[in-house]
Every structure is written in C-alpha cells, then in structure tokens.
Write a protein that binds this ligand. Structure first.
Ligand code: BGC
Length: 703
C-alpha cells in the first residue's frame, strides 16, 4: 500500500441523506476518492442498491480492491423502531435488549449497513443532558450489562455472519459527565470516579467483543479524549486489550484546535492519531495531512501500519473480504425489514420498558368496557415524536399512536372524547376549554404529556426538567374537572413532575417506545400487561437537585431534613421524587427472610445472599429484585449503595420464590487511597429490595 492508500483506510465520510430506504448514492467527489483508494468507509448511506453501487467502485475500480465499510447510527432499531435505550434500560431485561439489537442488526445488515455507531454506553447523572435518552442511565452495573447485551445483539455469535454488524462503543470516555449537562461541555472528574463509574460500561462493551470504539468530543481534566493517549492507548488497548479500531466522533479531530490543544489541522491530526484515534470521522484532517506527517516523521510508519491493520482486521472480521456485497443483497432487504415478528418484538419491548410511577387506589388498569374516556394532550395522537431521537429509518407512518391504540383496545360501546388541549410548546390556551369539557363528560381521563423527540438526543440539553410549554397548566385545568386522571409521560429524560405526583391519580412513564408505542401503553392501561419496568435513573423533584444519583457519597453531614446543618437544600425535601430502581406493579410483592452466609469471608471468598419474594396480590406479575452493597468504611469514602445484582422473576398470585445472589470478593474491588484496585477488609452492608430506597439490610465482613 502507498502511504496515501494506508491513510485512505482511516478516512470516514458521511453520505448524509435521510429520506429513502433505497438510500443515497455517493457524490462524484467521493466516487473519485474511492477509486483512488482514499476512503475507508462511508456512513449515513444505506440501501442494498446504493451500497452495492458504492462497494462496486471500491472493489472493481480501486487499485487494491479493498471493500468499504458502511456505517449508520442504528441506535434503537433500523426501520422497526424499538424503545429508546433509556426506556429499554428500564426493562432491566438484558435478554430482550440483546434480541432487539439482533433484530436491528438483521434489518440494517439487509440494507447495506456493516457497522452501527452504537451502543452508546455513557453514564448519565444529569438529566439536563439530552443524550441521556441514548444510554442506559446512571448505574455502572446496569449500564455495563446493557452495553454487553447490545454488543452481542449487533455482532451476533460471529460478526462475519451476513446478519451481523460491527458495534461501536461510544463515546469514549465520560461524555455523559459534561458540566451542567450541556452537550459537548467540559468534563472534570477524579480518576477514581472515572474508573469506578464511568469507564465500566465501555470496558463491558470491549469485553463483549465490540469491534470498534468512538472517541468522545469532551475533554477530561484538560485532555480532550480524541487526543488522549493515556485513554485511547493506555487504558483501552494496554489495560483492556482492545484490538479493534477507534473512530473519532464527528470532526472531533479538528475540534482539538478549538479545545486549544492543537495549533492547526496538521497538529490536530498528529495529536489524534498518535493518541490512538485510528480513523477520522468527517474532519478530513487525516486525508489531507497524515501522509505528510508520516513523511516528516511526526507520525511513524509503524503506527500508521498498526492503525491500518486495525481497520482491515475489522473488515476481515465482518467477512467483507470474502464477500464485499454480503450486506447488500436486495432479496434480504425485501424480506427482513419491518416484518410482523419484528413489529411484535417492538411492542413487547415497549410494554416491558414502561414504568408505573403512581397508581392511587388501584386506578389502573382501566376496564376495557369503561363507558367513556377522555384522551387529551399534545402527544395523545402523535406518532412522529414517539420514534424518539436517532430513529435511523423509522417512519412516523409506521407508528401506532396512543389514541389509535386506545380505540382498538376498548369495547365498541366505550365513548372516546379526544382533545389535544395544547401543543408541546407554545402559549396558546385555545384548546383548554374543549379539553376540560371532554374530561367533564368522561369517566376517566388519559392525558399524554411530555417532550418532542428533538428535545433529547444530541445537542438537546435543557435547562429545566419541567414538562414543556403549557402542558402542566393543561393538566391542572383538566384535573379540575374532578375525574380520575391518568398521566402518560412521553419523554427522553427524567422530568420533574411534583404537581403531577401530588395530583394525578396514576402516572405511567412511557419514554419513547417506538413504532408500537400506542399499543404498548394501551396494553398497560387496560391490564393486558402488568407493568414491571424500573427506573434506570433517579427522578429529582426539581432541576436544582441535579446531579442527583443514588450511588452518591455520604459526606460528613448526610442530608437530614430535620437538621439545618446537613447537606441539603433548605427549600425542598432531600429525597428524590422517584428513586433509582423504582417502579410499581398491579400486584404487590412481599420480601422476607433476607439471609446471607457466611458472615465472614476473605477477599477471594463468596457470600450467598438470599431472599424470599412473594406475589401477595391477585394478578401474575414480574418483579426486578435488586441487590446493593455498601462498604461501610474504607481507605477512601465509598458510595452509600452500589447495585451489585438483580433478577427479574415472574410470580403467579400467591406464589413465592427464593432469589439468590452470589457476591464474590472480587465484586467488592475498589480503588484505594493509593489507586490500587483491591478489596479492602472491613464490614459491608447488603441491601435487597424492590428499588434502591425500599430495602432491608444485613451485614458481613471481609478479613
Ligand atoms: C454523534 C455520534 C454519531 C455521529 C455520526 C455525532 O455527532 O456524536 O454519536 O455516531 O455523529 O452520526
């Protein structure tokens, strides 16, 4: 390979075109680059025909005939849109998440896509950050399990299968730690927090075999990730043994200039490449300057060769050298996409992702033969927004809205009174009167409120967590009609809903559930499905409490609302509105007989924790039994609680089950005062319960 051809393998450019399944073709300029062997891959192009055509240029017209790799952000489904990742994390169901990623891979790989820029595994403790929607919330264990499940789903048992695509764990690292929750912003955190919290899901994705990793936009403590050798080379490859390639995020290479660590584009290219950022997405810096940098000795030929090898290895792993057209056969594209089975899986995922936040007096489920029902709110008959952010090829026309689903769920005699009330944003109260009127004339009210899909995802941080616009006011007006009110939330982040928590009869958190959102929600509202989701993220009372997460430190003056001189705000209770792990069911579960043994272990020992869980209600239901641990004291301060395990169990009415958790000494590893990764002797508390707050506890010690 010439130097130019080597560099070409490291260049990724966008095809950027979003509106047809057959996809765009490459531009004439890109065609030229492909012929000259100067492009390694193109993203944002799809469709069997379009990718076949572009691939043909690479394979037949370039000197070395190296196939291109085609990328796309397949975040929660390709054409069959699944719940957003934050919603799927609420299912705590890794098997389901793996299956959904598999389906997405099957669809995408049938339409020319070789590589997805997913999973996004960034821990998010600040719901102002719009990209919280794309991840699995605040917990490193849940986040790690979800990360690994998605990697397995995308890549299958073998990435060279024609229905597998390469995964890309992103955004490495700590992108979710942006100050103020503002996208792209500075991250400054201790190495301990980085290693004990933020890095774990990336590690899990790498251990699960993720073929690629994306560098993040942010800096950490003064060093932008894309130019961070300690991170990209030291940790990722040295410590974790990652063998795939790192692609920069979009123009992150040249952004090193604005960060203020590179003087110009060649400098940025050298810095990024020498740090271990193998491929350049969109900035053009490698294409333009890397050959010269190698000739000038600023980048070594050996390093260039290694970068090229990493990219080629991934192409080999995907089987592209055996058959460059493996993902672009029109027959598969016709038969594999938006199939009835995929659509059914999306509905199933939707209902398992719903979290029941409140249900006073057993208001839900509703009877299907209820006489009349008011269906209100800007999101009640909205399809497009329910696709959520980053919906790949999702189409509004494929979405079943809540109103449509309610119509098909209730008895023919049920009268449905629909009123939009107001828009998601805006100041027009013109629709309030009709909404209140329909509430008055109905036996119960279902009101669907929340965010538009543009309010979360990239570049969509919000400074408030309130339900936008006049929606809360609409809720208050409708509630004044005196009928039971069921609030259905549709949103990409935790919202602060203190008024609703106090006044609504029931609250259903549905996030954005994808193409069968309406059906999934109706299944829950009318009792076809007993809700079982649990929050993967804390719901604060107000934005002023953030960052607010369950696995915080105790401080020397832990919050006590009865004591002024403690770590709290004087103007609101210290507790969250809903704690991490929270979610109700239509049945009740009773926990008893928490036991552990042995009470003393050495650092390589294992503690068995068991608890008996009984369904004490009248409906079958599923419960996510949660297990947390605290190191009572150590050489450094420790979180008040850390999730160490969970199990989802199904119980018939009256049935009980003993759930066992094994805690190995190594599960207790932490970074001690000298930053050694060790298990410290001492006492530990075990907590088991239905969420992170409502737990019972026992103790053991490590000698
Ligand atoms: C986002 C990435 C995404 C990339 C390609 C960037 O702006 O931060 O998450 O994969 O664009 O679409």
């Amino acid at each position: 390979m010439t130097i130019e051809e080597k560099v070409g393998q490291l260049v990724q450019v966008t095809g950027w075109h979003r509106d047809s399944l057959s996809g765009p073709t490459v531009s004439p300029q890109q065609e030229e680059l492909i012929k000259r062997g100067l492009l390694g891959g193109i993203f944002n192009i799809w469709g069997a025909e379009a990718t076949h055509e572009a691939q043909k240029i690479a394979v037949e017209k370039s000197r070395l005939r190296i196939p291109l790799i085609f990328g796309l952000d397949v975040i929660h489904g390709f054409r069959t849109t699944f719940p957003i990742p934050l919603a799927e994390a609420s299912s705590w169901d890794t098997a389901m998440v793996e299956r959904d990623a598999r389906i997405a891979a099957r669809e995408a790989s049938s339409a020319g896509v070789d590589w997805t820029f997913a999973p996004m595994v960034d821990i998010a403790r600040d719901p102002r950050w719009g990209r919280i929607a794309e991840g699995s919330g605040e917990d490193p264990l849940l986040g790690s399990l979800m990360a690994a499940a998605r990697v397995r789903g995308f890549q299958g048992n073998d990435p060279s299968q024609s229905n597998s695509i390469a995964a890309c764990a992103k955004h490495f690292a700590a992108y979710g730690g942006a100050e103020g929750g503002r996208d792209y912003n500075t991250v400054d955190m201790s190495e301990r927090t980085l290693r004990e919290v933020y890095l774990l899901p990336y590690r899990a994705a790498v251990d699960a075999g993720a073929l690629t990793v994306m560098s993040s936009f942010n800096e950490i403590g003064g060093v932008p990730s894309t130019g961070n050798r300690a991170l990209m080379t030291g940790i990722l490859r040295g410590e974790w043994g990652f063998r795939g390639f790192v692609v920069s995020d979009w123009t992150a290479v040249t952004e090193l200039i604005l960060h203020g660590v590179a003087s110009d584009t060649p400098h940025a290219a050298a810095l990024a490449f020498n740090a271990g950022t193998d491929a350049d997405m969109e900035s053009g810096a490698y294409l333009q300057f890397l050959p010269r940098l190698v000739r000038d000795g600023k980048v070594s030929m050996a390093a260039l060769d290694e970068g090229v090898r990493r990219v080629l290895r991934v192409k080999y792993a995907l089987g592209l050298f055996d058959d460059p057209y493996r993902h672009c056969t029109p027959e598969r594209e016709k038969s594999n996409i938006l199939t009835p089975a995929n659509i059914a899986a999306s509905r199933e995922a939707g209902r398992r992702s719903i979290v029941l936040l409140k249900n006073s007096g057993g208001l839900l489920p509703l009877r299907k033969d209820i006489r009349s029902l008011a269906v209100i709110g800007p999101l009640a008959d909205d399809g497009a927004n329910l696709l959520g952010p980053w919906d790949a090829l999702g189409r509004p026309a494929d979405v079943v809205t809540l109103l449509e689903a309610i119509h098909s769920a209730v008895s023919p005699a049920t009268k449905i009174l629909y009123a939009k009330g107001c828009s998601i944003e805006g100041t027009d109260r013109g629709g309030f009167a009709a909404a209140v009127e329909s509430a008055r004339n109905a036996d119960a009210v279902i009101i669907a409120l929340g965010e538009s899909r543009e309010m979360s995802g990239e570049a969509s941080s919000r400074s408030t967590l309130a339900i936008p616009g006049l929606q809360n006011e609409l809720l208050e007006s409708v509630a004044s009609a005196g009928k039971p009110v069921i609030l259905v939330l549709m949103n990409g982040r935790p919202l602060a809903i203190p008024w609703a928590e106090e006044h609504a009869g029931a609250i259903v958190e549905s996030w954005f559930l994808g193409i069968r959102s309406g059906n999934a929600i109706a299944d829950v509202l009318f009792g076809e499905y007993n809700p079982s989701g649990k929050l993967p993220v804390t719901f604060p009372r107000t934005v002023g409490q953030v960052p607010y997460y369950y696995n915080h430190k105790n401080s020397g003056r832990p919050a006590n609302d009865a004591e002024k001189y403690t770590s709290r705000y004087i103007d609101l209770p210290s507790s969250p509105l809903y704690p991490f792990g929270f979610g109700l069911s239509y049945t009740t579960f009773d926990y008893s007989g928490l036991a552990l043994s042995p009470g003393v272990i050495d650092t390589s020992g294992t503690v068995t924790v068991s608890v008996s869980v009984k369904n004490t209600g009248t409906r079958p239901g599923e419960e996510v039994v949660q297990f947390y641990v605290r190191q009572d004291f150590g050489s450094v301060t420790r979180p008040v609680k850390e999730l160490k395990g969970f199990e989802r169990i199904a119980l018939a009415p009256g049935e009980s089950r003993q759930v066992k958790f094994l805690l190995r000494g190594s599960d207790l590893r932490m970074y001690d005062a000298a930053m050694r990764h060790v298990v410290e002797p001492g006492t530990y508390t075990v907590f088991v319960g239905t969420n992170s707050r409502d737990v019972t506890e026992l103790h053991f010690s490590v000698q």
